[in-house]
Design a protein around this ligand. Structure first.
Ligand SMILES: [Cu+2]
Length: 399
């Protein structure tokens, strides 16, 4: 670190000395020493600079086209939530507008810089003002921006306004901590029991207040399952630092803030299975698997094991740099048909039962199984089993 600082200081010192010599050169102007490299632009310099503007303009256009061609495929594909198309529309309109305006204004900027480059004894033309022009270039952006902002506000309120539309919304708590997620379902009563960090104890890793009657049927898991076509109201809590729950396929993101509950709601519209047949997703999966098979070949050449092919799954990921392992803070997200979802949830043990079980286990002497390993609960997605869910997605992005 110290040597880096020394290098930076030496470089800065070098630049300072170089600049000082330039100032010295400038003081010599008009003292009879003016030459080709005097630092004063001559007509030839002005011409070269004028053409450079056009080269730079071409560069901007080309890099834009190249980026669309090369990276267009990494944009978010089909949205899988009810509000998704509105969100995408707002994004598209804003981007098209920005793109259109910037293409024209950049051209004008560089064209005029070229057209009025220094030439002979041409001097700047003094032009005080033009009311009509000023009015036009004020009123057009005002109208366009006002329209965009109003439309944005309308879309934003529609997305962010949470109401239990069908009185049948699913309440889900998403709990963030360095560096994993946990999920709690409200159970049959549809109400999440109170929770506080002080109640964290053993298998009660989310600090649910077990004296609250509403908490008795709450279910904690570490894989997020959602039913298609039913509104899901999320309550976010954080145990430690600021996280951000990001579900890109659903166009959903909400900060997860320690000490408070944040909310978001959406209705999933495409199940995981349906999304796997989406053309855009299939292309992405193909691309990932091509990279994987190449990597597998290298690994096997080194005597390692081949990577498993990637299968698409939705995911919830942290979008706030929250610490060292932030990059791997992901959770698998599954969207099922309502029946399949209900079946999945029905099989889960409630937190109350898990606590009871763990107390019983703690009281009983440990009896090792045949292979010497302690007995494990059968259900691996229940948090009560304290087994981290390392999903395929988390593994796929880790490199
Ligand atoms: Cu995080």
């Amino acid at each position: 670190m110290t040597s880096l600082l020394v290098i930076v200081v030496v470089v800065l010192l070098g630049i300072a000395i170089w600049q000082l010599t330039k100032i010295f050169d400038l003081t010599q102007v008009g003292a009879g020493h003016a030459s080709e490299d005097s630092g004063i632009a001559n007509p030839r310099d002005n011409n070269i600079q004028g053409y450079f503007h056009f080269i730079f303009l071409g560069f901007i256009y080309l890099i834009t086209i190249f980026s669309f061609w090369k990276y267009g495929s990494v944009l978010l594909g089909t949205s899988a939530s009810e509000h998704g198309p509105d969100y995408d529309n707002l994004m598209l309109i804003s981007m098209v507008l920005i793109f259109f305006v910037q293409t024209i204004t950049q051209f004008l900027l560089y064209y005029f810089a070229f057209k009025y480059r220094g030439k002979g004894d041409r001097v700047a033309f003094y032009y005080a003002d033009n009311d009509k022009l000023e009015f036009l270039w004020t009123i057009i952006p005002v109208i366009v921006l006002a329209g965009l902002i109003l439309y944005g506000l309308y879309a934003w309120t529609n997305i962010m306004f949470i109401e239990d539309k069908d009185k049948d919304a699913l309440y889900v708590e998403v709990y963030a901590k360095q560096f994993s997620w946990e999920v709690r379902y409200a159970g049959a009563d549809g109400v999440l029991g109170k929770a506080n960090i002080r109640y964290i104890d053993g298998v009660n890793t989310m600090g649910v207040d077990m004296s609250d009657p509403y908490a008795q049927d709450d279910i904690t898991v570490n894989e997020l399952h959602l039913p298609k076509g039913r509104q899901v109201i999320f309550k976010f809590r954080s145990q430690d630092v600021l996280h951000s729950a990001y579900m890109p396929h659903f166009r959903a993101q909400m900060n997860v803030v320690p000490g408070m509950v944040t909310e978001f709601a959406f209705t999933p519209t495409i199940t995981t299975h349906e999304m796997r047949d989406d053309a855009g997703i299939m292309a992405k999966v193909d691309k990932i698997n091509k990279i994987r098979s190449k990597r597998s070949a290298d690994l096997m050449a080194e005597g390692g094991q081949a990577l498993e092919p990637y299968i698409f799954d939705y995911f919830l990921t942290c979008n706030k740099i929250c610490g060292q392992s932030h990059y791997n803070m992901q959770m698998k997200l599954v969207v099922d048909e309502e029946n399949a979802f209900n079946g999945w949830l029905k099989d889960k043990t409630t937190l109350a039962a898990a606590i009871k079980e763990s107390k019983k286990e703690a009281a009983a002497p440990i009896v090792p199984m045949g292979d010497g390993a302690p007995a494990k609960p059968a259900d691996s997605t229940n948090t009560a089993a304290t087994k981290p869910d390392s999903t395929a997605v988390a593994q796929a992005t880790k490199k």
